[in-house]
Design a protein around this ligand. Structure first.
Ligand code: ATP
Length: 292
């Protein structure tokens, strides 16, 4: 692992990476023989750089918030030959960087990358979208939509959960037909979440036991009646140790087909994707990831 491309969003996290990009470069250059920093100037640049450099480097480092990570992984995952991937966290939640044990100070994360410790990790796929953390419909999409930048900067990850309280009053249930190799479920729900990693909005809220190497996705179906109990549980413990409240269906699967009536907008890792119906599958050990 010698040739490294760093795709860096200088605006991420209110510009915090912009001030330290030279230091990041120096840290990486002490270990890797070839380091090039590509700064994004607009949404979409991250994907363009991946396509340009993927077959010329051994490692792509995405430096930015979850939006940048999502863009880079979506360009990387479909390639037939994929360089290794690493993250320098620079945003608000930095969900997947937490999952793989990266320190949250960007310079410390750059230092961790020089250890070249790697792991092959699973990637989730929903139609032609890829996700590292979660796929969701229902309440979770309303939460992502209504978290504005001000709230994010002032309150960070808590913003997602404060918004959830506000959104609880506006929930609307929908009908789902969900099937996996082992289950057929027809029911009403206010939220369906499929997890690969265990972090959402910076905390291990929904899938504390998720494993990114097991070739399985975790599914949670939350019904209207169980929503308040579920929310109380998240607030009180921020993690699920003793099982889920009644009315919540939890299962694991390698492939999930889901249709919803009315159609639901899909959120992948906090970014708006397509709409249902969707086939969600896991690509087992699809990416070699540098871990902390
Ligand atoms: N220079 C840029 N100007 C405008 N948009 C950019 C630029 N670089 C990247 N983007 C886009 O901005 C979006 C948000 O970026 P990113 O997630 O890195 O930062 P953030 O919003 O500060 O982080 P977080 O979402 O964790 O709060 C991404 O979807 C990315 O494609």
């Amino acid at each position: 692992m010698e040739r490294v491309a760093v795709i860096l969003n200088p605006l991420a996290g209110n510009g915090k990476l912009n001030n330290i990009k030279d230091q990041v470069e120096r840290i990486l250059e002490d270990t890797f023989s070839e380091v090039t920093i590509y700064q994004t100037t607009d949404a979409g640049d991250g994907a363009t750089y991946v396509k340009q450099v993927a077959n010329q480097v051994d490692l792509i480092v995405a430096a930015g918030g979850d939006g940048t990570i999502h863009e880079v992984i979506n360009a990387l995952a479909p390639l037939p030959a994929r360089p290794a991937f690493a993250i320098i966290p620079g945003g608000t939640s930095n969900d997947f960087s937490r999952e793989i044990g990266m320190l949250q100070q960007p310079l410390k994360a750059a230092q961790q990358i020089t250890n070249k410790k790697t792991k092959w990790i699973d990637v989730g796929q929903s139609n032609d979208h890829y996700f590292l953390n979660f796929w969701g419909i229902g309440l979770i999409t309303q939460v992502s939509e209504t978290v504005d930048n001000n709230s994010k900067q002032n309150m960070g990850r808590l913003a997602y959960y404060l918004r959830t309280i506000q959104t609880l009053g506006k929930r609307r249930s929908f009908h789902i037909d969900l099937s996996t190799p082992d289950y057929e479920i027809t029911d009403d729900a206010v939220m369906v979440i499929v997890g690969n990693g265990s972090y959402t909005g910076g905390i291990r809220a929904f899938f504390p036991e998720a494993n990114i190497e097991d070739g399985l996705l975790d599914v949670l179906i939350i019904k209207e009646a169980s929503l308040q109990a579920f929310w109380s549980m998240l607030q009180s413990r921020v993690g699920i140790e003793d099982g889920y409240p009644e009315g919540i269906i939890a299962l694991q699967a390698s492939e999930i087909r889901i249709d919803a009536t009315p159609k639901q907008a899909i959120d992948c890792d906090g970014e708006r994707g397509s709409v249902t119906p969707s086939t969600i599958s896991v690509l087992p050990k699809h990416i070699e990831m540098v871990i902390g």
